[in-house]
Design a protein around this ligand. Structure first.
Ligand code: TYM
Length: 387
């Protein structure tokens, strides 16, 4: 992994998280400094990076952030802690675009009526988590045709070997009898999402880090063949919660598509269900928390508690070392419920307001489409396509 481009979002790159996540982070940078730190990734061509021509924003506008989630399956606490929670935290320091990536979702079959409903649900979840639609653009990928258009142009500069090496491709392809081309092309569309807006920072969970490396490779290749066109984006991972594991099997990443009722806590699960899932979480053969010998299930529960509550390593140690697993699970469950109950209440209010979500999504797409169209125009010119 290209460490130089990892910009942790958390307040501290702490020992607990390093142990759990198995890789190192840089010393965290405060949002204001982060802008400067990220600027080093920018190409000379600020014209394109900031599309000043189209925007009325001043020259000193904020670095752009782009991220997205697939509206497939139920969003879970891994999605929240790995991505959504951090989007909320940084939304005032950057110019943020948060996307609902429906074109990515259809790389595997989705029931059309269900997909339509999930797109709306996901918009409501973003809002319930605290994304402010006045500050950020919330938009649906397929509402801006430039995503698919740029994806094709980038496909043409991407060696198939790069795509075949992607871990997620290999895992998904292994599960299918017949592998759809969309599964292979998936990270090129993701690169298009990001490069279209000249985003400087992409806050995601750890499972997307490899796709971000590929995005940088594609951007650099395009820039070297056709001349500087794209900002090469930095990846931003939270220092705690970048990889939440399945509660039933802590050797597997918590996933929307995994089967089994005890695998994940969904963001809309009622408190009773949350309590049951966490109380049944797999731990290890020890009776109580011993950080030197803790298995992945116990470290995962501690990560969930720490990521929700924001406790320091010292506070975590003081609270949990020596605690019996039954009590640990109870405390984790109560922490999760305390955060998700108000979240779910906001979700219900948002979805009860007729026309509100549609308005937010329309406004988001209208705000970002000129940026995306401008990039496509430049790419067409650079490649010699008909303009
Ligand atoms: P998706 O929909 O699988 O996941 C959405 C976000 O949640 C993070 N995440 C996790 N974080 C911690 N622990 C977990 N167990 C966990 N599972 C998921 C993901 O890292 C992600 O940040 N390809 C992307 C969507 C996408 C995208 C983009 C992201 C499409 N275009 C452009 C960023 C920029 C995906 O499938 O995420």
């Amino acid at each position: 992994m290209d460490q130089a481009r990892l910009l942790p979002l958390g307040p501290s790159a702490n020992a607990l998280s390093r142990k759990r996540e198995g890789h190192q982070h840089h010393t965290p940078i405060q949002p204001r400094e982060a802008i400067a730190a990220v600027d080093q990734f920018f190409h000379g061509d600020f014209e394109i990076a900031y599309d000043k021509g189209l925007s009325s924003l001043p020259l000193t506008m904020k670095t752009r952030v782009f991220s997205g989630m697939q509206p497939s399956g139920n969003l879970h606490i891994g999605n929240y802690l790995g991505a959504l929670k951090n989007w909320v935290r940084i939304q005032n320091d950057y110019e943020c675009i948060f996307c609902i990536v429906d074109l990515h979702a259809i790389t595997l079959y989705q029931d059309p009526a269900e997909l339509r409903a999930r797109i709306r649900e996901m918009a409501a979840l973003y809002l319930a988590a605290g994304i402010d639609p006045q500050q950020c653009s919330i938009m649906v990928q397929s509402a801006v045709a430039a995503h698919a258009e740029l994806a094709w142009m980038l496909t043409c500069v991407t060696p198939v070997g790069w795509l075949e090496r992607m871990t997620q491709y290999k895992a998904k392809a292994a599960k299918q009898e017949s592998v759809g081309d969309g599964i292979l092309q998936y990270p090129v569309l993701m690169a298009a999402d990001i490069l279209l807006y000249q985003a400087g920072i992409v806050p995601v969970g750890e499972d997307q880090a490899q796709h971000l490396e590929l995005t940088r490779d594609i951007a650099q290749r395009f820039n070297s063949v056709y001349g500087d066109t794209f900002v090469v984006p930095g990846t931003s991972l939270p220092s705690v919660g970048a990889r939440i594991m399945g509660l039933d099997d802590p050797t597997q990443k918590m996933s929307k598509s995994a089967e089994g009722t005890n695998h994940a806590v969904a963001l809309l699960d009622p408190p009773d269900r949350i309590r049951k899932t966490i109380m049944r979480a797999t731990t290890d053969s020890q009776p109580a928390v011993d950080l030197n010998n803790a298995g992945p299930g116990v470290l995962n529960l501690l990560a969930i508690y720490q990521a929700f509550g924001g406790a320091s390593d010292e506070e975590m140690k003081a609270r949990f070392i020596g605690m019996r697993y039954g009590e640990l699970k109870k405390q984790v469950a109560e922490m999760v419920i305390a955060h998700l109950e108000p979240f779910q209440q906001r979700f219900r209010q948002i979805t009860a307001e007729p026309g509100y979500l549609a308005g937010v999504l329309r406004a988001g797409a209208e705000r970002v489409a000129p940026i995306a169209n401008r990039t496509v125009q430049v790419v067409k010119e650079r490649m010699g396509l008909y303009t």
